[in-house]
Design a protein around this ligand. Sequence first.
Ligand code: HEM
Length: 440
Amino acid sequence: MADRLSLTSSSMASLGTAAAASRLLPSATRARLSLSSSSSSPSLSLSSSSSIASVKVLRSSPLLSHLFLHQKRSSIHASSGGFSSVAAPKSFASDPDQLKSAREDIKELLKTSFCHPILVRLGWHDSGTYDKNIEEWPQRGGANGSLRFEIELKHAANAGLVNALKLLQPIKEKYSSVTYADLFQLASATAVEEAGGPKIPMIYGRVDVSGPEQCPEEGKLPDAGPPSPASHLRDVFYRMGLSDKEIVALSGAHTLGRSRPERSGWGKPETKYTKDGPGAPGGHSWTVQWLKFDNSYFKDIKERRDEDLLVLPTDAALFEDPSFKVYAEKYAEDQETFFKDYAEAHAKLSNLGAKFDPAEGFSLDDGPTKPAPEKFVAAKYSSGKRELSDTMKQKIRAEYEAVGGSPDKPLQSELFSKYHDCDCCFGTFDISARKLNWFF
Ligand code: HEM
């Protein structure tokens, strides 16, 4: 039974047009919808060849959530019910062959719509809600596809991202055995690579959350203009288990794209670099060639040569804070180091909070299925003295926490032997307890 869906109300306006909303539905489940906007509680009616249903759409009712929830259910059905052209291996969240085909479709999409930046932002905003202090999935947030639900799309930090979702939705419909969580991260990594950036050592197999009630609460992503930008960045990114180096490297993604005042409130409506597009014109870019991934973000912030190039307070902090500055200066000078650090940090960001099926994930490329995580090598911070500077303490702590260590929780033994690579830790490691003794 192939029902047909059309939306005839402006209630979707903030999230896109009726036609676009219709496209968000899987073709197999399209039904006819009509929505009266004359009432303060518009009513939504659904008609099919066999039935007509009327549903009250409450103001708080996440219409898109229903659509995407539906989409998810349909996908499960499709992969187990035989609609899918390639059968998914039973235990994998996403099908590797479908992921590879989806990657080719994303490349085509990029060629025609120049949407590289917004796809990168989409991937980051799905994973950047992660909280390393919460063990349970999906309560810990992260790369789990929750950003497809209206309730999360409506978070202020996500303004405009529904457009990225609309671009990807036809690809999602074509490849029903690819999860949203994988699709978002695949699209982001492909966009960086196609824009001339480094190859990202990605793994796949992310499991999707199933409903909007599993979305993270609002307020997990960073603000662009907090009272104290450097400490705000540390608060947010340390919560994700990321380090100063990773904060600076990842900020370099602003080499791509534009800020739009009607979305985030930041930047000019247009500049000499954006008034003619490509893609939708307007916005305020950080760099001159804002569809090219290189280290010009760091060069341009350092020089501050042009008012038509954006510098958010959090961007400026990278050259003001003494610890961030070491990396920002390095990346402005040395694109190779930026690319290497960015690729590692991006891969790590893309995995935050994710539940993988199979548990170790899988690569789409030849070679090792999983990149070796960076080792925690305390010795590299040692000056041979017992006393460490506050900055060094901060770094050690961030790196140790980034691999799952905490004052109360020993590292898993396997991880401990992997990361513990030092005989001179100022008495900071308790080998038998597999713990860093917190001396700060
Ligand atoms: C460090 C903290 C960060 C802050 C405060 C921040 C803030 C912002 C803001 C205000 C915008 C403009 C959004 C709009 O008006 O449409 C933006 C865009 C963007 N952000 Fe960030 N961001 C941060 C980190 C990141 C990271 C870690 C990445 C990726 C790894 C990233 C990738 C992007 C991209 C690619 C765009 C351009 C989107 C477009 O052109 O549509 N950002 N960011």
